[in-house]
Design a protein around this ligand. Structure first.
Ligand code: PLP
Length: 431
């Protein structure tokens, strides 16, 4: 099934990859397998599955057929060898950090990341001695400058939440390769419809499926994709979950047993079986359905965002807009190179009247909802400085373009004329 769809183009894969008519009933839609356990053929099969000598379903904390269909589909869209779906984007970030590293290890992290990722990284530093080494700027040279002998990975976003900066993934991947480090890319704001980080050299790609992949703002979820290209055994003992024997699994070595996707296998055995942040089959089903329309939605998201951002940029009440698809914007060349379709639909707008104007603007919007999600069909607004990015210092907020004067917008699929009218009437109230 996966091999048949490998030759298909993106929109076809979004609809067909990873799922097929149910052989038992003929049901065209992927069935929702609401079952915790799966009956074993015999005790030998049960023992083999538990020892990872053979693959198969045993208990839905580790894997489930509906969730597996979602994993195959996202892996196909990202060009990955395997994927592991989890309960949230947050747990995807956590699982990647915990699987790659142990206490005392460090990793280079982009200084511009989703607020929840920054919060998690700082907490893991304080409590578990997993050290984030934040970059000074966003260029490949900034990432290289942050590397020390303790560094075990490099992490960045493809399009940054919320300022829409498009990162130089190929440049950062070249730095990672030079230093023998895996590159992890959180590609939530791009979705595989806009950027496929593995094509630019990423080793691991993560998504919060709560955003564009699900698309309708119905379900929380996450997914981890393994490109299967990194050599985990190159430096003995370094990435020990992947490259060294597991004593409690009869000496299982994941790079030998699963050479094409040792990292995904480690996420499955350590992450899913032991840490346990499983995705519900119902949520996997809803996300799978959402992905079927992803290519169409992303086209409209980008077109609407560009239209609204353009109107905002030219308005006298607005200081600046961070949407690099507009002419003359900072980062325009990088956006043109990596996202010719457009840099998604999440951006920030700064109001000349400061925090008071930002708050008044949000409260005056009628069609655009005031809530904390992004990447859904409906248009949304939030004040990041007091919500999603509240833990940053004032200086860091300015760097991340989420100062008190900014509003984060996530532009949906309504008619652009109606969105522009809503934004214009809200701006008019600023006086
Ligand atoms: C939302 C988000 C997350 C966290 O995902 P949840 O599904 O909300 O847990 C991680 N990274 C980025 C870039 C996000 O936008």
């Amino acid at each position: 099934m996966a091999t048949e769809t490998q030759t298909h183009r993106f929109a076809t894969q979004a609809i067909h990859a990873g799922a097929a008519p149910d052989p038992a009933t003929g049901a065209r839609i992927q069935p929702i397998y609401f079952t915790n356990g799966f009956v074993f053929e015999d005790t030998q099969q049960a023992a083999d599955i538990f020892a990872m000598r053979r693959t198969g379903f045993s208990y839905s904390r580790g894997s489930n057929p509906t969730v597996a269909a979602l994993e195959r589909r996202v892996a196909a869209l990202e060009g990955a060898k395997a994927a592991v779906a989890v309960a949230s984007g947050q747990s995807a970030v956590l699982m990647v950090l915990m699987t790659l590293m142990k206490s005392g290890d460090a990793y280079v992290a982009s200084s511009r990341l989703f607020g929840g990722s920054l919060g998690l990284m700082n907490r893991l530093d304080g409590r578990y001695d997993l050290k984030p080494q934040f970059t000074k700027g966003l260029t490949p040279a900034d990432f290289e400058a942050a590397i020390t002998p303790e560094t075990r990975a490099i992490i960045c976003e493809s399009i940054v939440n919320p300022c829409a900066t498009v990162m130089d993934l190929a440049g950062i991947a070249a730095v990672a390769r030079r230093h023998g480090l895996p590159l992890v890319v959180d590609s939530t704001l791009a979705s595989p419809a806009l950027i496929r980080p593995i094509e630019h050299g990423a080793d691991i790609v993560i998504h919060s499926t709560s955003k564009f992949l699900g698309g309708s703002g119905q379900t929380i979820g996450g997914v981890i994709c393994d490109a299967g290209k990194f050599d985990w055994a190159a430096i003995p003992g370094r990435y020990n979950l992947m490259s060294e024997p597991w004593a409690d699994y009869d000496g299982l070595v994941l790079t030998e047993r699963f050479p094409d996707f040792a990292f995904a296998a480690a996420c499955r055995v350590f992450g899913m079986r032991e840490l346990g942040p499983g995705l519900s089959p119902m949520n996997a089903f809803l996300t799978l359905t959402g992905i079927e329309t992803l290519p169409l939605r992303m086209e409209r998201h980008c077109a609407n965002a560009k239209a609204v951002a353009g109107v905002l940029k030219d308005h006298p009440a607005v200081a600046w807009v961070s949407y690099p698809a507009l002419p003359g914007q900072e980062g325009e060349a990088m956006a043109a190179r990596y996202v010719p379709q457009g840099p998604g639909s999440i951006f920030t707008v700064a109001l000349k009247g400061g925090e008071a104007a930002a708050v008044k603007f949000i409260m005056s919007l009628k069609l655009i909802s005031h809530l904390v999600n992004i990447g859904e069909i409906k248009s949304l607004a939030i004040h990041p400085a007091t919500t999603t990015h509240r833990q940053l210092s004032l200086a860091d907020k300015a760097i991340a373009k989420v100062g008190p004067e900014t509003v984060r917008l996530s532009i949906g699929l309504e008619n652009a004329e109606d969105l522009i009218a809503d934004v214009e009437q809200a701006l008019a109230q600023l006086g």
